[in-house]
Ligand binder design. Structure first.
Ligand SMILES: N[C@@H](CCC(=O)N[C@@H](CS)C(=O)NCC(=O)O)C(=O)O
Length: 201
């Protein structure tokens, strides 16, 4: 089956992710002064160092290290299992969902009492976890699974609301839900055969 229109639109953007990120072929890629930068956390660290008037990472070295630690946890134990749940079926899918839920439990504990992960303002970790507010619900719908339960994760639910309605996040920056659904449906159909044999949960 061919690519749906939203997939064509994202994938045919110039330059392609493979041109600017030949090692992984993944987005996001930031091109600054003609220089491409890949990997979300590396891009955010770069932004933090270049545009110093809006710090993203905490100043305190321990808090800084903690933010980096949680970014790693989120990528390995929430982002990837969440996405894999969309591309797997049966018991493997169930186990991927479980890993993602266990990570949300730890994040809920860490977030308690805070407006944003960075404190009062959106910071590095908020942007790393941001996908939970708009992409994860789409993945859940595409995969027909439940990962994020607002009753079980009230602090994350409140954060999600603060984050998605923040002036720098809301608006026309995010793709529409319908576009995302159609893109991820197509992408999961493409990856399912490959992941069924290569991914182990
Ligand atoms: N570790 C990377 C992960 C990026 C990633 O997984 N990007 C996905 C989109 S959210 C991608 O480009 N996937 C390529 C594909 O679907 O083929 C980061 O943090 O930037």
């Amino acid at each position: 089956m061919g690519r749906p229109e939203p997939a064509r639109r994202y994938i045919q953007q110039e330059p392609s992710a493979f041109e600017v990120n030949p090692v992984y072929g993944k987005v996001p890629v930031l091109i600054h002064h003609g220089n491409p930068l890949s990997e979300s956390s590396i891009i955010l660290e770069y932004i933090d160092q270049i545009w110093k008037n809006n710090p993203l990472l905490p100043r305190d070295p321990y808090q800084r290290a903690q933010a980096r630690f949680w970014a790693k946890v989120v990528e390995e134990k929430l982002l990837y299992p969440g996405w894999h749940a969309v591309c797997l079926e049966g018991e493997k899918q169930g186990r991927a969902v479980k890993v993602a839920i266990q990570t949300l439990e730890k994040i809920e504990e860490m977030l308690k009492g805070k407006r944003f992960f960075g404190g009062d303002k959106i910071g590095f970790l908020d942007l790393i976890i941001g996908f939970v507010s708009y992409m994860l619900p789409v993945w859940e719908e595409v995969a027909s699974v439940k990962i994020f339960d607002p009753l079980k994760f009230p602090s994350i639910a409140a954060w999600k609301n603060n984050f998605i309605n923040h002036d720098v996040i809301k608006g026309e920056y995010l793709p529409s839900r319908a576009d995302m659904i159609s893109y991820f449906q197509w992408r999961s159909r493409e990856l399912m055969p490959k992941y069924a044999s290569s991914l182990h949960y």
